[in-house]
Write a protein that binds this ligand. Structure first.
Ligand SMILES: Nc1nc2c(ncn2[C@@H]2O[C@H](COP(=O)(O)OP(=O)(O)OP(=O)(O)O)[C@@H](O)[C@H]2O)c(=O)[nH]1
Ligand SMILES: [Mg+2]
Length: 376
């Protein structure tokens, strides 16, 4: 859907690249960009989601189509055609003067410059929001490049701005993997923690033999949507005591990046089973799961028949798998669609040493010269 065709073509080496000799013009310093203060009348919800690039826009399109009254969505892209085809409360074409609405063609520097040039257009759309979740698929140019300046903008405007992004499938190649890692590093330097969902893990969770790739992308969309829903429900709190401040602490970046695990269970030990499978979800580190995490949020979902004992079982099971001193918070939500089963989502942060290990691993990977360094 939307520009997926273009994305798939780009994996096959298709898609036009910017002409040789192209030089993006000088851009103003990030700090000097002044912000307009008028908010458009159509946007007033305290909870908003900004989707950046093709994947991010697909995700906000799904939210807009679900017609939820409590969320407003803003789609941001360098690709005019993709924007035209989707549904959103507001759409912003960034970098028109740089790319003429034709997308960044995998160049994160262009994505970044596009965002910086159009922060003034985006700012009024963020005004008045309490929470702005920023979502994107990392690995391309627009999402990877534009996300840091936009998250910084949201934070500058006083909003809580958690980030949910996907890491590309390994089959997409090293160039996309590297673009994603660099974007995550930038986010962590400037914009606190990001919840990173690895597409490989999504495929492992959902794959059946010979599924089309569009099904894997749909599954990745669903994971991001789920993370957004959990962040929203937890931020709203309710009777369990968890709330916005807990989410802010989890995403503060003080303990590094955030990971998510999902599990479900049915039958007599459904809560324990759901928590156990969430602790070792393929979305988490293959070897460690959530072991060693220093802060976790456990989100337990079920029908109206969910029992206190079951919530306790799930939380205890998660707590047994993290650091003994870990801060463990939990929330409960009801979803009749789950029928007799229970779903557990765990958001975890604070894994000492893992970041360094990942960086070391990356050092050993040999990358080809990025094509855009010659083209731009
Ligand atoms: N969840 C999800 N992920 C996608 C989709 N399409 C692509 N991706 C993933 O997101 C990454 C970035 O792709 P896009 O979002 O198309 O790239 P972009 O940010 O628009 O960047 P450019 O098109 O290069 O300007 C890809 O490498 C894939 O891993 C999608 O429809 N849904
Ligand atoms: Mg794109």
């Amino acid at each position: 859907m939307l520009n997926r065709r273009e994305f798939l073509l780009s994996l096959l080496g298709g898609g036009a690249l910017l002409g040789a000799g192209y030089r993006p013009p000088e851009i103003p310093d990030e700090e000097q960009v002044s912000l307009r203060s008028e908010a458009p009348r159509s946007l007033g919800a305290p909870f908003r989601v900004v989707g950046i690039g093709g994947a991010g826009c697909n995700i906000v399109h799904d939210i807009a189509r679900s017609k939820r009254q409590d969320v407003q969505v803003i789609a941001v892209n360098t690709d005019a055609m993709a924007l035209e085809l989707l549904t959103a409360d507001e759409k912003v074409l960034i970098g028109r003067t740089l790319m003429n609405g034709r997308g960044s063609r995998g160049n994160p520097e262009l994505g970044r410059q596009a965002a910086l040039r159009d922060l003034e257009t985006i700012a009024p759309l963020l005004k008045g929001a309490e929470t702005i979740v920023v979502v994107a698929g990392l690995g391309g140019g627009t999402g990877s490049g534009a996300i840091s300046p936009i998250v910084r903008l949201a934070r500058t405007m006083g909003a809580f701005a958690p980030v949910v992004v996907t890491r590309p499938f390994s089959f997409e190649g090293e160039r996309r993997a590297k673009a994603a890692s660099q974007a995550i590093d930038k986010l962590e330097q400037h914009a606190r923690a990001a919840l990173v969902i690895p597409c490989d893990g999504v495929m492992e969770m959902t794959s059946e033999a010979r599924r089309p790739i569009s099904a894997a992308l749909d599954a990745a969309d669903k994971m991001v949507l789920h993370a957004v829903k959990v962040i929203q429900e937890a931020s709203l709190g309710g009777h369990t005591g968890v709330g916005l401040e807990d989410m802010k602490a989890l995403f503060s970046g003080d303990l590094g990046g955030v990971v998510m695990g999902l599990g479900s269970g049915d039958g007599p030990n459904r809560a324990k089973y759901a928590a156990l499978t969430a602790s070792f979800s393929p979305l988490l580190d293959r070897c460690f799961g959530i072991r060693g995490a220093r802060a976790v949020y456990v989100h337990v979902e079920g029908g109206e028949d969910i029992k206190v004992q079951e919530v306790q079982d799930a939380v205890k099971m998660i707590a047994a798998n993290v650091s003994p001193e870990a801060l463990v918070r939990f929330g409960v939500s009801h979803d009749p669609a789950l029928g007799t089963s229970i779903a557990v989502t765990v958001l975890a942060t604070g894994f000492p040493g893992r970041r360094q290990a990942a960086a070391k691993e990356l050092e050993n990977v040999r990358y080809e010269e990025e094509p855009w360094s010659e083209k731009v």
